[in-house]
Design a protein around this ligand. Structure first.
Ligand SMILES: *Cc1c(COP(=O)(O)O)cnc(C)c1O
Length: 217
């Protein structure tokens, strides 16, 4: 599918949900994609991208940023604390702040560096053992802690379990955000972004539907 088609589907989903056109940020997830595919989407004018690995982003984006103005890259994958500084220098936003230790590290570095990317706090809405994020029951405390650290908290993020109806998870995330006075909701991927928009997503992370299937190794 092309970028244009995805943008049309986003627009239609916003309209169907009674939302303002353009109220959803489309993050084109370029992880693992060959550079020529990414460049083609840059040439079409798209400027907001998502990567899930610090190393890969570091090898790819400095060059693209020289060729194209106004590029924004968001980190959407797990972040080790020892890579936090590098991540803060590479990304405009970090969607995967998934534990207090990482929040504290980012806050400390922000003081040092004098700036901080926007952060989304990741909630493990499916309470899956292998998945990152705080449990829903701990989310309010985590939001309070992150705010207490002066982090620029833009909102919450989730990745629903693969085998469950994602809408239940989107609704849960929206509810937690609302009671905490947060407006940002990073949720929805290629297979479910329309359902996410219906439930209030402000940032959808769409990879394969834009770029095609990822060819791993
Ligand atoms: C890879 C990835 C996506 C994009 O997935 P698609 O199904 O290709 O749209 C979205 N969010 C996260 C956290 C990812 O790792």
């Amino acid at each position: 599918m092309s970028l244009d088609e995805i943008k049309q589907r986003v627009e239609k989903a916003e309209k169907d949900a009674g939302r303002k056109a353009g109220s959803t940020h489309l993050i084109a997830v370029s992880k693992v994609q060959p550079n020529d595919r990414v460049e083609a989407v840059l040439q079409e004018g798209h400027r907001v991208y998502g990567e899930n690995r610090v190393q890969e982003a570091a090898s790819k984006w400095p060059d693209f940023r020289e060729q194209f103005t106004g590029v924004q890259v968001h980190l959407i994958g797990p972040l080790q604390t020892n890579k936090a500084r590098q991540a803060m220098e590479l990304f405009e936003a970090i969607h995967s702040v998934d534990r207090p230790k990482l929040a504290k590290t980012i806050a400390r570095l922000a003081q040092e560096i004098g700036q901080c990317p926007e952060v989304f706090l990741q909630v493990n809405t499916g309470e899956e053992e292998q998945k990152a994020g705080v449990m829903p029951a701990e989310a309010d405390a985590f939001v309070a802690e992150a705010r207490g650290l002066d982090l620029p908290v833009a909102g919450l993020m989730c990745i629903p379990p693969v085998d469950e109806e994602p809408s239940l998870h989107f609704a849960l995330l929206a509810k937690i955000a609302e009671r905490n006075g947060l407006t940002g909701l990073s949720m929805g991927m290629s297979g479910d972004f329309e359902r996410a928009i219906a439930l209030g997503a402000t940032h959808i992370r769409v990879g394969s539907a834009i770029f095609g299937e990822r060819a791993y190794g």
